[in-house]
Structure formats: structure tokens, C-alpha cells
Design a protein around this ligand. Structure first.
Ligand SMILES: [Zn+2]
Ligand SMILES: [Zn+2]
Length: 258
């Protein structure tokens, strides 16, 4: 039993054949998925997928790469979006200084807004960080993100960053990047993160793991991520699957896997 803790089922690459995507998931023992919101405009479609499938939950949020040109998302708006039983997280949010240049103050303001909304609704955060680890951790601490916790998704940072996020009560999620041969430092992080604070994800349709690298990614492939994490830790796949699934349910649903 495995869970894909981060995918984008509303994106055309996956939504075009959602029935096929979901059946390949179950063929591979991937029982549940969390589909992640990235824009205000596509949130209704994300929410629809979660309402149509009992094994899919969704988040509410606006991605840090999404330029809003003046119509910034408001805290009350996020709170309203999140007051839906199928919405189990706020995000993805965070900071990405790789994709965006110039003044990045709007990104930090948006991130603060998401953390405040998450604290108001009492739901965990899904955090994206790229080239911005220091500011990400600083804002998490300043805004009290530890009160709701959450996950550092598609983790690609150093062990020191992982440790700081763990200290704030957060989980660390590994994607297909951990299967890439050159991801030496990340493989070391995957050996060191405590099993009870680890999640696995695909971030599909992007970042397909080995042996599907370069193809369209899909939730079924989270199995390859878990296999690599197990291999790195000298653990059984079943143990990594059971732990990451239990962590997912505890974090996002407050329950144990059914
Ligand atoms: Zn992301
Ligand atoms: Zn994503």
C-alpha cells in the first residue's frame, strides 16, 4: 500500500486519461493520492477530481511561480477554498527564486498569507522551495507554520535544511529526483530522515523516476521512489510503504490508513 502525496491530476497530461491513471495506480498498489492546487482558476477542477474519487484528496493554494499581476490571493479566499471536506492541505506554497527574478517580495507576502490561512483552518502546509531555503525556513518560523505542520515537498535541499524543517515539525517528501544517479547528496538525506517523518510523491506529470525518466510521470510511479528510498536505507519496500502511508494519513486526515 502506497500513497502519492503530491501530484497534479488536473494537468492535461494526466486529466486527459484520468480513468487510466487511476487504474494504473491501483494495479501498482498505490491506493491514494493528494492532487495539488496551483492556481485560483484551476482550483475548481482540482476540487472536482477529489470529489469524484474517494481515494483522492486535494489542497487549496496558489503556486509561488504563478504570477498574479495585481490580483493576489487573499487570506479569506484561501480560508473559504479550504473549508471543504476534501481539502486536506494548504498549498502548494513557498518560495521559488529559481523561476522568478526581480523583486520577490510578492512571493514572500503570498507565502505568509498561505501560512496564516493554514493556521486559521488548522490544515497542514505543502511547501515548495527552490533556491530559497533560508528565506523559506525563516518565514515558516516567523509565521508559526509549526503550529499546523506539513511537508517540504519534492525535497532537493541539504541535510541541514531537512534538519531545520524537521525541527519545525515538518515532514520531508521525496520525489523521482531521488532515483537520479547524480542526486548523491539527496540520496544521503533519504538515508537520514526519520522513517516516521518521511513521505513519497511523484509531482506528476513532471520528474518521472528511473526507469521512466523523460516520460510523462504518473502516481503509479511513486512505487519506484519508494523502492529507491528502501534500497538506500537497506529496508524492505513494505516497511517504507507502510511508514509513508501511515505518515500521510496521520498528517493529512488525522486517521490511520483504512
Ligand atoms: Zn512544487
Ligand atoms: Zn507540484
Amino acid at each position: 500500500m502506497l500513497v502519492d502525496s503530491h501530484c497534479h491530476l488536473d494537468f492535461p497530461e494526466l486529466n486527459g486519461d484520468l480513468a487510466g491513471v487511476l487504474s494504473r495506480m491501483s494495479d501498482n498498489g498505490v491506493t491514494h493520492a493528494l492532487t495539488i492546487s496551483t492556481t485560483l482558476e484551476t482550483f475548481p477542477a482540482v476540487r472536482r477530481v477529489a470529489h469524484a474519487h474517494p481515494n483522492v484528496w486535494c489542497s487549496a493554494g496558489v503556486h509561488p511561480d504563478e504570477r498574479r499581476d495585481g490580483r493576489e490571493v487573499a487570506e479569506d479566499e484561501l480560508v473559504a477554498m479550504a473549508s471543504d471536506e476534501r481539502v486536506v492541505a494548504i498549498g502548494e506554497t513557498g518560495l521559488d527564486y529559481f523561476r522568478v527574478d526581480g523583486d520577490t517580495e510578492w512571493q514572500r507576502e503570498r507565502f505568509r498569507t498561505h501560512i496564516r490561512a493554514a493556521r486559521r483552518v488548522g490544515k497542514p502546509l505543502v511547501i515548495h522551495t527552490r533556491n530559497a531555503a533560508e528565506d523559506t525556513l525563516r518565514l515558516m518560523a516567523e509565521e508559526g507554520a509549526g503550529e499546523v505542520g506539513g511537508v517540504m515537498h519534492c525535497f532537493t535541499e541539504t541535510w541541514e535544511v531537512a534538519e531545520a524543517a524537521l525541527a519545525l515539525g515538518f515532514h520531508i517528501s521525496f520525489s523521482g529526483i531521488v532515483t537520479f544517479k547524480n542526486a548523491v547528496a539527496l540520496k544521503d538525506v533519504a538515508r537520514r530522515v526519520p522513517l516516521d517523518r518521511m513521505l513519497v510523491e511523484t509531482d506528476s506529470p513532471y520528474l518521472a523516476p528511473v526507469p521512466h525518466r523523460g516520460q510523462t510521470n504518473q502516481p503509479a510511479y511513486v512505487r519506484h521512489v519508494a523502492e529507491e528510498v528502501a534500497r538506500l536505507r537497506g529496508a524492505a519496500l513494505d516497511d517504507v510503504a507502510a511508514a509513508t502511508t501511515a505518515n500521510f494519513f496521520r498528517l493529512f486526515t488525522g486517521a490511520r490508513p483504512a
